[in-house]
Design a protein around this ligand. Sequence first.
Ligand SMILES: *Cc1c(COP(=O)(O)O)cnc(C)c1O
Length: 428
Amino acid sequence: MIYQRSSQLFAEAEKVIPGGVNSPVRAFKGVGGTPIFAKSAKGAYLYDEDDNRLIDYINSWGPMILGHAFQPVVDAIIEKAKKGTSFGMPTELETKIAELAVSMVPNIDKIRFVNSGTEACMSAIRLARGFTKRDKIIKFAGCYHGHSDSFLIQAGSGASTFGTPNSPGVTQGTAKDTLLAGFNDLENVKALFSANKNEIAAIIIEPVAGNMGCVPPSAGFLQSLRQLCDENGTLLIFDEVMTGFRLAKGGVQELYNVKADIVCFGKVIGGGLPVGAFAARNEIMNYLSPLGPVYQAGTLSGNPLAMAAGFAMLQTLNNDSDIFKRLEEKTAYLHKGIEKVLTANNIVFTINRVGSMISVHFDANPVYDFNTAKNGDNETFKKFFHGLLLEGVYIAPSAYETWFITDALTYEDLDFTIAAIDKVSKSL
Ligand SMILES: *Cc1c(COP(=O)(O)O)cnc(C)c1O
């Protein structure tokens, strides 16, 4: 038993924390078994409470794009901490990180910092509703925008009807304002616009989806959404909590050359501390309190430690002209390697990848939306996950998650991973 101490710690945690975890996917419900407890991490490696070394492909679900305990980020946090950890007053550093973010991302003039991606998305739709004076929003099945009420909606009896809440505690009243469409299904979106003329405040989308595995937009899909929004006086919100500062300096707007009206950030922008942000052009951002009528606030928003970590992270990404190319090359190398060994072992699979986001689906058919993502063979995934864990490779404990490649991974690490996948796939 190589996860003895982790198992004990989990048993203790379960007594005082619901399910033993502070965020559900950590509990290994999708794969069985009990979660690994982290003790420390450095670069591409995690060390658990049983002192096993794991090559990490989760990377805190995205933020650690430069690897764990990245020195400039750690130094920035330590220096700041010595000078006080929270003031509830403006600080110069908030302006500096805002200036840097605005200079890196296209089509934004102003940015407001919050404490999580959930907060960013929740605030973005409030702003869109206030700005357009409309109530309804369109979201896509399989896209995750955090856990605020409006987003916990699944397809009910079809995407053209009102959504029903898929969590107790979300009221029908909230659910009725969230319209659900299929990812990459333009006709579906058009039908929602026809049925709800002048009522739709915003479309919110993960422009490259990462919460049903990695699912790229089909050619022209984002551009068509842009056009539909323009024709209907609707705002287009890109939830770039996962993709922002990961797929390109300017995120998906830059990568696919399409303009969003509001952009949400999280994960990488905080350098591993709790940070989210939302941004837009002046006309929209000036609608926000205290300039405008839409209220939004936070006691710890713009926290100095969080801003120091985020600033060090963004500066590093901004100053390294090669970083996104390097990440893409490493991910492409891994992609090829996995493809080769899975094929050699007669495993049925599809691999999706954009930049440094990649996912392996145990299904032969293309994965382009939530339904096709659900077709993957979950029993095979479970065996794959636990097999890799025993080999010292840690991927997300769910078939619906993207793997995140970090700059700290060496080609030796990638070769080790490919060899582990080869070994594991022989027993699938
Ligand atoms: C992680 C994520 C969120 C939620 O961010 P939290 O910081 O977990 O609240 C929102 N949107 C997307 C696309 C995400 O990947």
